[in-house]
Ligand binder design. Structure first.
Ligand code: ADP
Ligand code: MG
Length: 356
C-alpha cells in the first residue's frame, strides 16, 4: 500500500538546491495519496525556481525506484515562493520524525563473538556506501575494543564540543564517533558498566552534530550485551547485519545473536560470511572453515544471505595502517556488492519495495 510516509521516505536525498537539505526535511513537500495516485506539491524559492525540471526528474526517479508500477499516476507541481518560512510552518510532517530523519537509516553491525570481522565490515561498508554517493556516519560503540581510532589513524583524538553538541571527526568523507575518542586510555572501558555505557551510546547517537546523513553504520561490541539494548533505546534501528565466520562452533553464538535481535524486534537485514576463503595465486579458492556454514544457518533461520567476503590481505593492512586507499579492487567490489544488497533489503524492510 502506498502511504504518505512511504512517499516522503522515498524522497530522501532529493535536495533543495539553495540549502542543500532534503526537501522532505525542510517540510517543503505536500503529499496526497489516493490509492495508486500520488500528487506532490513542492515549494521552491524563486531564485532557484529555474531548477524545477531537474528536481522533478529526480523526484520521479525516486518514486519509480521505490514503488515502480504501484504508482499509476504521479503529479508533481512546483509552487514558487519568495521564501520558505511560511510554508515550513504550514506543512507539518506528522510521520517523519525530524531528528531521526537527519540520521538516515541506522544499520547495526552485530556478531555472536569477537574477532569475526564486525569492525572490518562496518568500516568497509561505510566506505563503500560513501563511494555510492551517500552521506555516511560511522559510530563505533565497541567498548571492549574500539577499532575506528586505529583504522583511521586517529589514536589519542578527543572529541570536541561546540554549541553543546559533540562534533564528529570527519575523515575520508565519513563522519565518525568512537567510544575510543570519549575515553582515550585503553584500559578505562573495563570499569564501564550499564548506566555509563547507556549514556555514552545515547550521547553518540543523539548529542552528536551528525548533520544530515543517509546511513548511520553502528559497530557494536560482540555478543548479546547491553550495548545493543542501549542503542535500541536511543534510536530506531532500521536493520541489523549479522557477521560470522563459517566454523561450526560459531553457530551457537550466531543463533543467540539472531534470537536477541528477534526478541528486540530489530529487523535483520541479513548475514555475511566473513573470511570465507583465501584465493591462491593459481585462482583456486581455499575455504578456511568449510564452504557454506553461514548459508546453512541463513536458510535455517530464514535470513537473507548477503554474501561472503574472502580473506583479503589488503583488508588487514587497511585496518592497521589507517589508510583505506590501500584497499584492493577485489575488496572494493565485494563490499560494493554487499552494500547494494543492504540498501535494497532496507527498502524492502521499510516497505518501500516489494520482495523477500
Ligand atoms: P571484530 O570487530 O568482529 O572483533 P575485526 O573486524 O576487528 O573483528 O577483525 C578481526 C581481525 O581479522 C582483524 O585483524 C581484521 O583485520 C581481520 N579481518 C577481518 N575480516 C577480514 C577479511 N575479510 N580479510 C582479511 N582480514 C580480515
Ligand atoms: Mg571490533
Amino acid at each position: 500500500m502506498i502511504t504518505k510516509d512511504k512517499v516522503l521516505l522515498s524522497l530522501r536525498g532529493v535536495r533543495e538546491p539553495k540549502f542543500q537539505k532534503d526537501f522532505t526535511q525542510m517540510n517543503l513537500v505536500d503529499v496526497k495519496v489516493n490509492e495508486n495516485k500520488v500528487s506532490l506539491k513542492i515549494y521552491l524559492r524563486e531564485d532557484v525556481f529555474d531548477q524545477k525540471d531537474e528536481i522533478e526528474k529526480k523526484v520521479r526517479n525516486k518514486i519509480n525506484l521505490a514503488f515502480g508500477d504501484q504508482v499509476a499516476d504521479l503529479q508533481v507541481e512546483f509552487i514558487k515562493v519568495p521564501d520558505y518560512s511560511d510554508v515550513r510552518k504550514r506543512i507539518k510532517l506528522e510521520v517523519l520524525d525530524e531528528s531521526k530523519a537527519k540520521l538516515g537509516r541506522v544499520i547495526a553491525i552485530t556478531s555472536g563473538k569477537g574477532g569475526v570481522g564486525k569492525s572490518t565490515v562496518s568500516i568497509n561498508l561505510a566506505v563503500a556506501l560513501r563511494d555510492l554517493g551517500y552521506r555516511i556516519g560511522l559510530l563505533d560503540a565497541d567498548i571492549y575494543g574500539p577499532s575506528i581510532p586505529t583504522a583511521f589513524g586517529l589514536e589519542g583524538h578527543i572529541l570536541e564540543i561546540k554549541d553543546e553538541k559533540i562534533q564528529p571527526i570527519e575523515k575520508m568523507g565519513l563522519k565518525m564517533v568512537s567510544i575510543g575518542f570519549m575515553i582515550p586510555e585503553v584500559d578505562t572501558p573495563l570499569i564501564w558498566r550499564g548506566p555509563m555505557l547507556h549514556k555514552a551510546i545515547n550521547e553518540m547517537v543523539n548529542e552528536v552534530e551528525w548533520g544530515d546523513l543517509d546511513y548511520l553504520v553502528v559497530d557494536l561490541p560482540p555478543g548479546t550485551g547491553d550495548a545493543i539494548l542501549s542503542l535500541n533505546n536511543s534510536v530506531k534501528i532500521d536493520g541489523a547485519i549479522v557477521v560470522s565466520t563459517a566454523q561450526k562452533v560459531a553457530a551457537a553464538d550466531v543463533m543467540k545473536n539472531i534470537n536477541m535481535l528477534r526478541t528486540l524486534s530489530i529487523p535483520i537485514i541479513g548475514i555475511i560470511q566473513n573470511m570465507s576463503y583465501v584465493e591462491c595465486p593459481c585462482g583456486e579458492r581455499i575455504y578456511l572453515w568449510g564452504k557454506d556454514g553461514v548459508i546453512q544457518l541463513a536458510n535455517k533461520y530464514e535470513i537473507e544471505f548477503l554474501g561472503e567476503i574472502p580473506f583479503i590481505p589488503s583488508v588487514v593492512e587497511s585496518m592497521e595502517t589507517g589508510n583505506f586507499i590501500t584497499l584492493s579492487e577485489q575488496a572494493k567490489i565485494v563490499f560494493r556488492e554487499i552494500s547494494e544488497k543492504i540498501i535494497n533489503r532496507l527498502d524492502v524492510i521499510a516497505g518501500l519495495k516489494r520482495g523477500g
